[in-house]
Design a protein around this ligand. Structure first.
Ligand SMILES: *Cc1c(COP(=O)(O)O)cnc(C)c1O
Length: 484
């Protein structure tokens, strides 16, 4: 095989994927999250039989897809299944998964209306529906981006542009040279990806001044506000709507008041926490979010669409073309055409990417397929599962709950009777490693209030009570193997 033009029709390769999909998906409910015995298969990706280098002569799609599917079905991390509680990783709903295949099928470039009116329209609708899902006012607009990190970049780039304007500078054109350092203030929950966004934007990750009132990082509002008063200059506040260790929230309403009193920009990182808005049981956690200037969120977490998928919302969406427009390239639509037209704006001018896939398709499809009710039911099921896990931890004599459970994360550690406090961190680290090696369930460790802890996060639409029970069972059974 020397040329894609001579390859069999793509239908054969697609049929292989389709035929592998059914058995793979139906295996997810029962199989381990990963099987360490499958790892030697990864060497086959190098094609050692052929020396491992770039193939001179290709083998054609059918042979290659057979290998990829065989290796992937065995050696992939089966994080799309119900027992992956590590990090915060959602699965893919049936509608989202199928529509993601369709996005690859149509291979749209969702950059401009001129490259795809179809993808532009689905993005406009997906954004409008997400805005409604989270109860944000109609003025909010934004763009789909690859992840919450890129959504933080988007929100904080708009903030930077606003801040430059306060100093009489268009930073999109002229950069930061000659300006003072942009003041950025937050509580201790600020996520590493907000710092990464600041480092990308030229402020540096250490630009954040952190104000905490306790060992887990709750924000010290009076200290933050005195700093703002002292600064007496335009500043950016970062609020966390959903902190990753225990699922706690910064007080958004209070932070919005502070921002308002001092004319500061309020950016809310709500990667998974924005979904608290879906249930009357947790909606109070995001009250005040609607007063933010920018909001970052993830669709590949709790919306359960495939990677990569995030979104950024701005209270004043006109700030996006100002920060991300690309005037001056004669073959591209100019800044002017970023203004809304019937299908929507030219989204490449509203965010960090230029060419971009139609990641709106899975979002559009999953929201159309399940609606607000379906998502509320899923979120509430996860809230119930988190409470079930909290109770089981409370009742197990060798487990210790370390935090309240406001949302979908349960922060706890193992603490067997008679084990001295100073050895517990080490013990919990070993237990975390043993859990990952075991493979039946995945959960990672963190350091919470100075103590090493497990922090399973429940975000997968497939997860059931039996999966939670298995997590507790596996953790308890592993304790003797790490205490010996
Ligand atoms: C996951 C997460 C991020 C980063 O999201 P990516 O999708 O990995 O870029 C940022 N902030 C918070 C609070 C998160 O949970």
């Amino acid at each position: 095989m020397t040329d894609p033009f001579r390859d069999a029709d793509a239908e054969d390769a697609l049929r292989q994927v389709y035929e592998a999909a059914g058995p793979y998906l139906s295996s997810l409910a029962d199989r381990p999250v990963h099987d360490p015995r499958s790892l030697p298969l990864l060497d086959e990706l190098w094609r050692p039989a052929h020396g491992g280098g770039l193939p001179e002569r290709g083998e054609g799609s059918v042979v290659v897809l057979e290998r990829l599917l065989r290796i992937g079905a065995a050696a992939a991390t089966h994080s799309a299944g119900p027992r992956f509680f590590h990090f915060i990783i959602g699965g893919a709903t049936p509608a989202a998964l199928a529509a993601d295949w369709a996005a690859a099928l149509f291979d749209q470039n969702a950059a401009f209306r001129a490259s795809s009116k179809f993808a532009t329209m689905t993005e406009t609708i997906a954004l409008a529906w997400l805005r409604e899902l989270f109860g944000l006012p109609g003025a909010f607009g934004g763009a789909l981006v690859a992840s919450a990190t890129f959504a933080n970049v988007t929100g904080l780039a708009a903030a930077t542009h606003w801040w430059g304007e306060q100093h009489g500078v268009d930073v999109a054109a002229d950069g930061l040279a000659g300006l003072p350092r942009m003041p950025v203030l937050s509580g201790g929950y600020v996520h590493a990806s907000d710092r990464k966004a600041l480092q990308l934007l030229g402020h540096g990750r250490d630009a954040v001044e952190v104000f905490v009132r306790d060992g887990v990082g709750r924000v010290d509002l009076p200290a933050l506000e005195s700093r703002l008063r002292l600064l007496n200059a335009p500043a950016v506040l970062i609020a966390s709507a959903g902190e990753v260790n225990a699922g706690d929230f910064d007080p958004l309403e209070e932070l919005a008041d502070v921002a308002e009193r001092h004319g500061a920009w309020l950016h809310v990182d709500g990667a998974f926490g924005v979904f608290a808005a879906l249930s009357p049981r947790t909606a109070h956690l995001v009250h005040g979010m609607e007063r933010a200037d920018s909001i970052a969120g993830d669709a590949h977490k709790w919306l359960n669409v495939p990677y990569e998928s995030g979104f950024a919302f701005l209270r004043d969406p006109a700030r996006l073309p100002a920060a991300f427009g690309m005037p001056g390239a004669a073959y591209l639509p100019g800044k002017r055409s970023a203004l809304p037209a019937s299908a929507g704006p030219d989204y490449a001018l509203l965010g960090p990417e230029s060419s971009r896939r139609a990641r709106s398709l899975p979002i559009w499809a999953t929201l159309a397929a399940y609606g607000r009710d379906g998502y509320r039911a899923m979120v509430e099921r996860h809230l119930d599962l988190a409470q079930r896990l909290r109770r089981m931890v409370d009742e197990a004599p060798e487990l210790e709950l370390l935090a309240e459970v406001p949302l979908n994360i349960v922060c706890f550690r193992v603490r067997p009777a008679g084990v001295p406090e100073e050895t517990l961190d080490d013990l919990n680290r070993r237990l975390g490693a043993a859990l990952l090696d075991d493979g039946r369930v995945h959960a990672g460790t963190t350091v919470y209030g100075g103590r090493v802890a497990l922090r399973p996060a429940i975000v997968n639409w497939r997860t059931t009570e039996a999966d939670i029970d298995l997590l507790v069972d596996v953790v308890r059974k592993l304790i003797p193997t790490v205490t010996g």
